[in-house]
Design a protein around this ligand. Structure first.
Ligand code: MCN
Length: 809
């Protein structure tokens, strides 16, 4: 039995059933390993932030603004302070009197705009903004304390629509430093060239559309447990997608050095972007822990998460496409008002300014111009939500293409086909500054069209208004519903920034892997292990992956932007390769040969050519094989070769040069009941290309999740504020997150076009579904109803009204 095998047996449970499956063909990368993290998640063994309860933990709760916009005339905390079990009641005055700046970091804005205070100063700018904080012995008494705080408000007029906030001179100004409520204005592309393209083109089509505002609905709400030790500083256990990012932001808000804070993020029950952002709750927990020298826990209720956790999307766009009669797309222009909310959160206020970079989609368009205004309103702050600008851009382009096809009386697939960037044109630079690394758009599209039986469906789309149930020509029962088919081509920019990856070989040959990313549902424990197992040619069971603790690794960036595999994956693989190269030198010393003569395979170092006279000449010892585990042991023993220090580990800071562009085609068929407005998605098909796939099952899972959210946006989800800025959708009974029964089966397929930008050839996949699904669904419904456009979400009422309007009812 080899060392590797005996060690696996000793670990028992670590031996993964997958190791015995034999479907890996010697490699794990590309195989359908089962997710290692699932056993703990499914059996309830996984620990989440709210499970963390250091001795003496007390509870934090917030008094939140009841108004969308108001001045604060006074806050009476005396009744709350007198309550049994209440330990502290805090307002902005307490923060101001402390050593902490108490404001969340803000970047990317031109004007003098105050950053979000952890507690309101003298004015509230959105419903749910934290106004005061109460800490009590338990969460019930903390909430009783909250109810006892008396805040006197002077309500102000509010504005919630970004276009109105920027263009209507009668609406209130939210910040003095932001005239017309505009936080940023940005242009991408060439305005003159685009004007010329529109003048030269045979036709122009236009569309006005809304990209509906969404709330991230992760199963686990945000939470933090902050501990403070005057000698050791803060330990903040929290729901985070980016522990090192949160350490930096907490340091900013608290006014301390990063070294004084340790952030630990245990299992995280979904994030979708908003657990990468820095909000008041977590910062206040830390501030209170220092003030009280007690461990302070804050766990958002669902409604609090909805009121204050960063929302997503919320664009109003006017866009146009210049197209020739033969279908050549010559130009695209778009003007967008993007909602920022009542305060900028981090870089959230400037994020929409970059959304136009993806407006070319998959098409060779000579001229594009995009103007974006990001606008303050009396609504919760907006930041990146799964897709973060890419769904907004692709929705504009893919809707315009369908509207143009209608105008030209051309099949929408054919119009797309005629304008696709050809596969030999990569790297391809678009007129809006994106450089696509690689792509084969036509193959993915044709695969999608064939799988959905597009040509047959086109003959049947928009069939009938008749609800008599009679047989139609192709022999199927006519149930009176209108059939439509929609397709959407997308690109997804993935990667960005640097990531750190540490690989440490233990003296018994097992391998610990740490990364600066933090999985919150994506399955890194499995996929990073696959990558490192292959890089070290070891069984999967020997690799142990951890993330989520700022003390485990010097620094890191985090999990967002579908970047973990391409940046974090390459970081851990590069570290594994460095480790292997050192291990080879140690093995060579053990074998008493030159390192160049040592080969490595399947957990063993061997002297090449040991049978022949060459080996004898080289003086190789009789035991010409040494196991990886034996080398690991040697690495921690005395007598290493000259120049080698003990230990066997490496840390890599991997930075990707460029951006990798995932792409694909999604298609769906719908049946719309014109009598009720009900939309049924009968088939949904996704063909995605994220380069080499580390684990196709996990990739498909990511596509499923993304498509579910994309269908949620297309069909059900819409944040609603009333004109005073009161959030009406503050719980799951009023905010339409789709349930399993609301979703169709999702069929997946793939093409594989490796990225030339990284050695693994991978691209990200985490957001593809949220990008492609909204236009695919809306295109299908518009096809069924034979209409140019209807805004999301396609609720029964909205569709029914649209049908009634079209029929002139
Ligand atoms: N993968 C792969 N091969 C590839 C690409 C990815 O096997 N070529 C695997 C990865 O190794 C990883 C998973 O697919 O296990 C996703 O990888 P990647 O695309 O690199 O994305 P990230 O891990 O960086 O995840 C971020 C992305 C984003 S931005 C959001 S938002 C999001 C998402 O992933 N939120 C999620 N997926 C989510 N999934 C769950 N369950 N919950 C969330 O909150």
């Amino acid at each position: 039995m080899s060392d590797a095998e005996s060690s696996d047996t000793a670990r028992g449970v670590e031996l993964d059933a997958n190791d015995a499956e034999g479907d890996t063909d010697g490699t794990y990368t590309g195989s359908r390993e089962k997710r290692r993290e699932d056993a703990a998640l499914l059996t309830g063994r996984a620990e989440y932030t709210d499970d963390h309860e250091p001795p003496g933990t007390v509870s934090l709760a917030f008094v939140r603004s009841e108004h969308g916009h108001a001045t604060i005339e006074g806050i009476d905390t005396s009744a709350a302070e007198a309550m049994d079990g209440v330990l502290g009641v805090y307002t902005w005055g307490d923060i101001e009197a402390s050593t902490s700046p108490g404001r969340l970091p803000l970047s990317g804005l031109e004007g003098e705009i105050p950053a979000h205070p952890v507690l309101a100063t003298d004015r509230v700018r959105y419903h749910g903004q934290p106004v005061a904080a109460v800490v009590a012995e338990d969460r019930y008494r903390a909430r009783d304390g909250v109810a006892a705080v008396d805040v006197e408000y002077e309500p102000l007029e509010a504005v919630v629509d970004p276009q109105e906030a920027a263009t209507d001179t009668n609406v209130p100004q939210i910040f003095e430093g932001a005239p017309d409520n505009v936080a940023t204005s940005a242009e991408l592309g060439d305005a003159d060239a685009t004007d010329d393209a529109f003048e030269a083109a045979d036709r122009t089509v236009e569309i006005d559309l809304t990209n509906n505002r969404l709330i991230p609905s992760a199963l686990e709400p945000r939470a933090a447990v902050a501990e403070f030790d005057p000698d050791d500083g803060f330990t903040v256990t929290m729901t985070s997608q980016s522990p090192h990012g949160h350490r930096r932001k907490l340091a900013h808000t608290l006014g301390v050095r990063e070294g004084e804070i340790r952030v630990v993020s245990p299992h995280v029950g979904g994030g979708f972007g908003h657990k990468g952002h820095h909000h008041p709750g977590e910062a206040m927990a830390a501030w209170c822990a220092r003030d009280l020298e007690r461990s302070v826990k804050w766990t958002a209720t669902r409604s609090e998460n909805y009121l204050e956790g960063a929302h997503g999307r919320d664009h109003r766009t006017t866009a146009a496409l210049a197209v020739d009669d033969d279908g050549t797309i010559r130009g695209l222009s778009a003007e967008t008002y993007a909602n920022v909310g009542g305060y900028g959160l981090g870089s959230g206020a400037s994020m929409p300014a970059r959304y136009g970079r993806l407006l070319a989609g998959q098409y060779a368009i000579d001229a594009i111009h995009c103007e974006t205004h990001t606008v303050f309103t009396n609504t919760a702050p907006i930041h990146s939500y799964r897709g973060a600008g890419r769904p907004e851009a692709i929705y504009v382009t893919e809707r315009l293409v369908d509207v143009a096809a209608d105008e030209l009386e051309m099949d929408p697939a054919e119009l797309r086909r005629r304008n696709l960037i050809p596969s030999d044109a990569f790297p391809y630079e678009t007129p809006v500054g994106a450089t696509y690394d690689s792509g084969d758009y036509e193959s993915a599209m044709e695969k999608g069209l064939e799988a959905i039986e597009y040509d047959d469906l086109r003959d049947r789309s928009g069939t009938t208004w008749d609800s008599s149930g009679k047989e139609v020509e192709n022999g199927e029962m006519n149930d009176g519903r209108l059939r439509g088919v929609g397709i959407a081509n997308y690109v997804e920019s993935t990667g960005g920034g640097f990531e750190s990856g540490l690989v440490r070989v233990l003296p018994d040959g097992d391998v610990e892997v740490y990364a600066g990313t933090h999985s919150h549902g994506q399955g890194h424990e499995t996929t990073y292990a696959q990558l490192v197992a292959d890089a070290l040619s070891l069984p999967l069971g020997r690799i142990h992956v951890s993330e989520g603790d700022t003390e485990a690794i010097p620094t890191g960036t985090g999990t967002f932007g579908s970047r973990s595999t391409i940046v974090g994956g390459n970081a851990v693989v590069t570290s594994a390769e460095t480790v292997l190269s050192k291990a080879r030198r140690i093995a060579a010393a053990e074998l008493e040969v030159d390192p160049g003569r040592v080969t490595y395979d399947d957990g063993a170092f061997t002297v090449s050519g040991t049978d022949g006279p060459e080996a004898v000449e080289a003086g190789a010892r009789g035991d010409e094989t040494v196991s990886f585990a034996a080398v690991a042991r040697a690495a921690y023993s005395r007598g290493l070769p000259d120049g080698l220090e003990p230990g066997l580990e490496a840390t890599t800071f991997y930075e990707l040069d460029g951006t990798a562009y995932t792409f694909g085609t999604h298609a769906c068929t719908v049946a719309v009941d014109p009598a009720t407005g009900d939309v049924e998605i009968e088939r949904y098909l996704a063909v995605d290309d994220c380069g080499e796939r580390v684990n196709p099952t996990i990739v498909e899972g990511q596509v499923h999740g993304g498509v579910a959210q994309g269908i949620g946006q297309a069909r059900y989800e819409q944040v609603a504020y009333d004109e005073d800025g009161t959030l009406l959708t503050d719980a799951m009974d009023s905010y339409g997150v789709p349930r399993a029964a609301d979703l169709p089966p999702i069929e997946t397929d793939a093409t594989v076009t490796p990225s030339p930008l990284n050695a693994l050839g991978v691209k990200g996949i985490g957001e593809a579904g949220t990008i492609a699904a909204p236009p695919a669904v809306v295109n299908a419904v518009c096809d069924a109803l034979d209409i140019a456009h209807v805004d999301m979400p396609l609720t029964e009422e909205r569709v029914w009204r649209k049908v009634s309007d079209e029929r002139g009812d």
